[in-house]
Design a protein around this ligand. Structure first.
Ligand SMILES: [Zn+2]
Length: 60
């Protein structure tokens, strides 16, 4: 049974974890983890950041 309140990162090991697009840190149960999702050329791109600061710093 799926618990709708569970954190998406719960069972992610460090090997499977996304990494910050700015500093490359593995984002394992990181409370400041930020995700930006957008569509480019018909493909959904998901970019991860360790913090608001790095999200703001990121330029494509
Ligand atoms: Zn970062």
């Amino acid at each position: 049974m799926v618990d709708p309140t569970s954190d998406l990162n719960e069972d992610v090991s460090e090997d499977d974890a996304p990494t910050c697009a700015v500093c490359g840190d593995a984002l394992v149960q990181d409370p400041d983890h930020r995700v930006v999702t957008r569509v480019r050329d018909g493909e959904v791109q998901t970019t991860h950041f360790c913090s608001d600061a790095h999200r703001d710093e990121w330029t494509d």
